[in-house]
Design a protein around this ligand. Structure first.
Ligand SMILES: Cc1ncc(COP(=O)(O)O)c(C=O)c1O
Length: 438
């Protein structure tokens, strides 16, 4: 077991001043008895205050696509912030970042708006789809996460006992204290089933402003749908005068130059980005067809925010995009690292007759324990994945210096080395053997 006495001490102190001793709920789900306190992080590694070293696959829940504290980003930012941080006015670098983002996304007829977090930008997205269509309802899928605000924080990972039947799922709030009236505006659907969605459109057709989804379901098993499913959803939306919006907060700038839009060759009407966009600095972006975005531009759909396009985040986004645009091997290298890890895990699964299961892409994938070959939506995850076994697996891995996310998602960074991957596979092997003994 890792020695964690310094973290324990700081946690006790933190609880006196910070509610629960943590600043985001998921941090209680560290695979230790206490949330760990971090001393420093660099590249693929993170060190806690007890000097334990971990190979980190959480990587800030995804933003650190270059690993922790990349020198080139720190340098780019420290030069820029000498000139100021928040102007409450425009500056030229923003235009460059918008141009670079649209270039990498290959989206000529799109424009963008910046904000600071994925949660925040998805609120603007919801407001815009309503504003553009003049309709109130939108469709959100079980197992998808779009931030923690009342309007959309339903049925992310609901207990199926409360989630309604397969034909008509009901919105399950993820927190007490939510404005339950918002549940009247969100239609919860099962994902990856076009017949089911057809029926929902038949029922609510003229009232549906749009469909919001993670095009690759990073928040549940990193599920990759068939292209034909996404094509059908787009057609269904457009036949009904509704908009299709991709939440690319995880997939954006991570999986491919053009993100999921390019991966599937399907252009949504609107898309949101955050996380990997600026290598760990807080920035988010709404983008889409100019004809729709114009409503935000004209102020008809209101958007504000003191921290929008702050100097540090814009500098970080600019430097990140330069690497992504100019390094032709960037995405292939990142993907290959993850694939090596995925293939290694699959091999161990066969060798040790374990039901450890990987799904997703190299740059971001998920680990779970299931006897199913493939998980295709939240209900399958709930029914067939052994979350308790995954939790024990993570606790054992944590004590071997491998830090995995409580939600099963593995984030690769360019800083992860072959040695990191080999060490991780070695730790997985001994952990799976240990699990067999239990
Ligand atoms: C797909 C998706 N959308 C939105 C969000 C919310 O982003 P943020 O944590 O920056 O508010 C997340 C966070 O993990 C996410 O995974």
């Amino acid at each position: 077991m890792n020695e964690l006495s310094n973290s324990k001490e700081l946690y006790e102190k933190a609880k006196l001043y910070i509610s629960g001793g943590i600043s985001s709920q998921i941090r209680t789900l560290e695979h230790s008895k206490v949330p760990i306190f971090i001393k420093k992080a660099k590249g693929s590694k993170i060190w806690d205050v007890d000097n334990n070293e971990y190979i980190d696959y959480i990587q800030g829940m995804g933003p650190n696509i270059f690993g922790h504290a990349p020198d080139f980003l720190n340098n780019a930012i420290s030069n820029e912030i000498k000139k100021g941080m928040i102007y409450a006015a425009q500056f030229e670098n923003e235009i460059e970042v918008a141009q670079k983002a649209l270039k990498i996304l290959n989206a000529d007829n799109w424009t963008v708006r910046f904000a600071s977090s994925g949660t925040e930008i998805n609120q603007l997205l919801i407001r815009l789809i309503r504003g553009y269509t003049n309709r109130q309802l939108f469709i959100k899928f079980e197992g998808h996460y779009h931030g923690w605000m009342d309007s959309i924080n339903y049925s992310v990972h609901p207990d199926l006992e409360y989630a309604g039947d397969e034909i008509s799922p009901i919105p399950v709030p993820e927190s007490t204290g939510m404005d339950i009236l918002t549940s009247k505006s969100v239609i919860i659907a099962r994902w990856n089933d076009i017949e089911h969605l057809n029926k929902i459109f038949e029922k609510y057709s003229d009232n549906i402003a749009g469909v919001i989804m993670e095009p690759i379901l990073a928040n549940t098993n990193c599920i990759i749908p068939d292209k034909s499913y996404l094509e059908s959803v787009k057609k269904l939306c457009h036949n009904n005068g509704s908009l299709l919006a991709f939440d690319e907060v995880i997939t954006g700038f991570r999986i491919l130059k053009g993100s999921a839009k390019e991966y599937f060759g399907i252009e949504p009407d609107l898309a949101t980005f955050a996380k990997s966009f600026a290598g760990g600095f807080p920035i988010a972006m709404l983008s889409g067809r100019n004809e729709i975005m114009k409503l935000v531009g004209d102020g008809i759909v209101y958007h504000g925010g003191s921290f929008n396009s702050n100097v540090a985040s814009i500098a970080a986004a600019s430097a990140s995009l330069d690497v992504m645009i100019n390094d032709n091997n960037f995405y292939e290298d990142l993907d290959n690292k993850g694939k090596k890890l995925m293939e290694g895990i699959e091999k161990l699964s066969h060798e040790l007759d374990s039901n450890i299961h990987v799904q997703g892409l190299g740059s971001v994938f998920s680990i779970s324990f299931t006897n199913k070959k493939n998980i295709k939506d939240w209900r399958e995850h709930f029914n067939y994945c052994d979350e308790n076994k995954y939790k024990i697996f993570c606790e054992l891995m944590f004590n071997k210096g491998i830090r995995l996310s409580s939600n099963g998602r593995v984030h690769l960074s360019t800083a992860h080395t072959s040695e990191d991957i080999d060490l991780t596979l070695k730790a997985i092997k001994s952990t799976l053997l240990k699990l067999k003994e239990r």
